[in-house]
Write a protein that binds this ligand. Structure first.
Ligand SMILES: [Zn+2]
Length: 247
């Protein structure tokens, strides 16, 4: 759990382009939704890169994986549209089967080179306090590698440059959510209702979001964000671990 015992840097700058790379439908809204909603409102162009179909994410035994994958893709598109996300890339890997492979790395590098984000958000793969889905770790590690050095250097995946018309791209900042120790905080007071409204677009997941009984996902998200903001002079906060590339 993040603690408030040391002051985090309050980030107010908004980049021109950002990208959210995430394992399952709904992870983006949970992980970075408040900041993305705020940045979109300020003119930032945001791209989502969804790694898996989420086709294992149900307790409903009557749903086939294919039907669930279709439903979750539709839900993710609805959430992204509502958030004002400009581009949605769906890589289509099976839920629970993300691996650190050359193909997956190449897919993430391609998305970065195509949409050229200043800032990339992803799961923190190095969290050790508490359980974390394996796909989250794999997405976090592969994204970290894709940002540096693979997307940046032209001799990695050179065919993307020679035959796909892409150029190398240097991501400036990598922001991890789900970290043990955050170092930055963003005021999401104005955007948290939009984050929650996008989250509940994932209708197939809402029953799970709302356990234990009597607690809506909105109440839980807002209570947590209010705790994070304590002492910073705003109502709701979102926290991250940030890596900044050297110039
Ligand atoms: Zn997930």
């Amino acid at each position: 759990m993040p603690s408030n015992d040391r002051k985090l840097e309050i980030v107010t700058a908004v980049p021109d382009r950002a990208m959210v790379i995430f394992a399952h439908p709904d992870d983006a809204e949970i992980g970075s939704g408040g900041v993305v909603a705020r940045w979109v409102a300020a003119g930032c162009e945001v791209t989502y890169v969804l790694c898996t179909t989420g086709d294992a994410g149900t307790a409903d035994r009557s749903l086939t994986p294919a039907a669930l994958a279709k439903k979750r893709a539709d839900e993710q598109r609805a959430a992204a549209d509502f958030m004002g996300v400009k581009h949605v890339v769906m890589l289509g890997y099976p839920d629970g089967e993300l691996e650190d492979t050359r193909a997956f790395l190449g897919d993430v590098v391609r998305a970065i080179r195509r949409y050229r984000p200043h800032t990339v958000f992803v799961h923190d793969p190095y969290r050790i306090r508490g359980f974390q889905h394996r796909d989250h770790r794999k997405a976090g590690i592969v994204t970290t590698d894709a940002v540096y050095p693979y997307a940046r250097d032209h001799l990695h995946f050179p065919e993307q440059i020679t035959s796909e018309g892409l150029e190398p791209h240097k991501v400036r900042e990598l922001w991890y959510w789900g970290m043990d120790e955050p170092d930055v905080i963003v005021d999401v007071t104005e955007s948290i209702d939009r984050q929650v409204a996008a989250l509940v677009r994932h209708e197939s997941q809402v029953p799970g979001f709302n356990v234990p009984p009597g607690q809506t996902i909105g109440e839980r998200v807002k209570r947590h964000a209010a705790e994070l903001a304590t002492g910073y002079g705003f109502g709701y906060g979102a926290v991250f671990r940030r890596l900044v590339a050297r110039r």
